[in-house]
Write a protein that binds this ligand. Structure first.
Ligand code: NAI
Ligand code: ISE
Length: 338
């Protein structure tokens, strides 16, 4: 079966996912798209063999030729489209964040539970990255002993010169580590503190960049996350778990380290598309395969909800300068593992 996909929002990641669905993965065809920028939507459709351009996301979801929906529009628009896909009974892959507040995520969870079918997958692609999986393997098989700490760094070369706020460092970027550590340690985040180091002069005047998040896991594991948004030299993602008698760190992902003339050098990825290219391929193939077989897979709406709860907590910690506890939420049986 070929899964006929409708895409809402064809900006950077929308176009990148369309490329992989069309040229890299198997079992999918992009048959409908939309964007609030109609000229952009038309030019993307012109590059596809047979693709309808709709005026709105709701039209894409309603289109009988669309089996499954890919939401790659701006975060604040996700709730509307995910809820509409659930109402239409269509599987939906939503890029992170699932929605920008925990209340909006909860509405999605409630709608999915009421529908009686698992329809939502969230694009937390780091879970599919080979380097993170290898670190998790070392944590799970006991080769470094019980995990005590994790050091993370999430470095972006730049952000758009306007429109990107300090809070978005948490909701748009740190949300990846927030989900990742829940997955890595299989436990929830209990409390958060946000520190403000000396400002990077490359940042816009009204932006506090970098930030450091301190996340306390339920078992006491302490995670520090450096978030740098204007570090210029490239896109640099780091992670190291410290255990009782060993450490496990993300390996460098460049294809080669070149040694010559008394030096060694490797490539730093330009952006997230390059660094996580295989992880995106694997997560989307997994989704297509699950849709084709009538099943579900991947990070759930519940994962998206818990990530939003923790990210709201980090924002409160940023605003108040205090350590803030993350409210606990009972998982509906609907999202039980296995
Ligand atoms: P972008 O700004 O390049 O693209 C977003 C597109 O959505 C634009 O073309 C915009 O016109 C369109 N759009 C906005 N509202 C719309 C609406 N109501 N209906 C139809 N189209 C609409 O942004 P980008 O970087 O592609 O990000 C999109 C989403 O993907 C965000 O949620 C972002 O957080 C997420 N993302 C995830 C990444 C990951 O690593 N998993 C990487 C980059 C983005
Ligand atoms: C972007 O939206 C992403 O999701 C990338 O994965 C992340 O590293 C970057 O900081 C975000 O702006």
């Amino acid at each position: 079966m070929t899964v006929r996909v409708g895409v809402i929002g064809v900006g950077m990641i929308g176009q990148d996912h369309i490329r992989r669905l069309t040229h890299v993965l198997s079992g999918a065809q992009v048959v409908a798209i939309t964007d609030v920028d109609p000229a952009r939507a038309q030019s993307v459709a012109d590059g596809l063999s047979s693709c309808t351009v709709h005026s709105t996301g709701q039209d894409v979801i309603r289109d009988d030729a669309v089996d499954a929906v890919l939401v790659t529009s701006w975060g604040p628009t996700h709730e509307e489209f995910v809820l509409a896909a659930i109402e239409a009974g269509k599987p939906v892959f939503c890029e992170k964040p699932l929605a920008t507040t925990q209340e909006a995520c909860r509405r999605i969870v409630d709608a999915e539970v009421a529908s009686g079918r698992r329809l939502v997958m969230v694009g937390f692609m780091r879970r599919y990255d080979a380097a993170y999986q290898a670190v998790k393997g070392a944590v799970d098989d006991g080769s470094i002993g019980a995990p005590l700490l994790m050091h993370c760094a999430h470095r972006n070369p730049s952000v758009p010169p306007y429109g990107f706020t300090t809070e978005m460092i948490i909701t748009d970027s740190a949300i990846h580590e927030i989900d990742l550590v829940r997955w890595m340690f299989d436990e929830d985040i209990a409390a958060a503190t946000v520190l403000k180091p000396r400002r990077n002069s490359n940042a816009a005047d009204d932006m506090q960049d970098p930030l450091v998040l301190l996340l306390e896991m339920a078992s006491g594991i302490l995670v520090d996350v450096e978030l740098s948004m204007n570090i210029r030299f490239g896109y640099d993602i780091r992670g190291e778990v410290v255990g009782e008698f060993g450490t496990a760190a993300l390996a460098e992902t460049g294809a080669a380290v070149v040694k010559n003339d008394g030096r060694y050098a490797g490539r730093v990825p330009a952006d997230w598309r390059e660094r996580f290219i295989r992880a995106y391929d694997i997560e989307l193939q997994d989704w297509i395969d699950a849709v084709a077989s009538g099943g579900f897979t991947g990070p759930s709406a519940w994962d998206g909800h818990l990530a939003a709860v923790a990210s709201d907590t980090c924002i409160e910690a940023l605003r108040t300068g205090q350590r803030v506890e993350v409210a606990s939420h009972e998982r509906p049986d609907f999202y039980a593992k296995g």
